[in-house]
Design a protein around this ligand. Structure first.
Ligand code: SF4
Ligand code: SF4
Length: 112
């Protein structure tokens, strides 16, 4: 299943009201699945069945608008995973059922 798009956070990779030169989630998706709705300029996945859950789009999003979907087999209903890129690594945060756990991973994420 492709990442969930939080439309309130997706700005279409625009800055200062200008159309983005590069839509990050679109640029990194290996299956060419992520794109912008021409009406709303919000991202969406054009083919759910072709998504292989690589999370490249989640990691590339500069606004935190994308989050992996978790199946009930992996986590409780309502559980969420969020990604935060940093210059020296990244943090994955799993939350649900009143519990939150963070996993910090070192390395160059490409975020400056
Ligand atoms: S999870 Fe991977 S394959 Fe699926 S939409 Fe995102 S970048 Fe594309
Ligand atoms: S990378 Fe994030 S902000 Fe940019 S279009 Fe995709 S979901 Fe929206």
């Amino acid at each position: 299943m492709p990442a969930h798009v939080d439309a309130s956070l997706c700005d279409g990779c625009r800055e200062a009201g200008l159309r983005a030169a590069v839509v990050r989630c679109e640029a990194v998706c290996p299956g060419d699945l992520m794109t912008l709705d021409p009406q709303t300029l919000k991202a969406f996945c054009r083919n759910y069945s072709d998504c292989w859950d690589c999370c490249a789009c989640v990691k590339a999003c500069p606004t935190g608008a994308l989050a992996p979907r978790l199946s009930y087999a992996l986590a409780l209903f309502g559980a969420k995973v969020s990604y935060e890129g940093r210059p020296d690594g990244c943090r994955w945060t799993l939350s649900g059922a009143g519990v939150e756990e963070a996993f910090d991973l070192p390395g160059d994420t490409g975020w400056k």
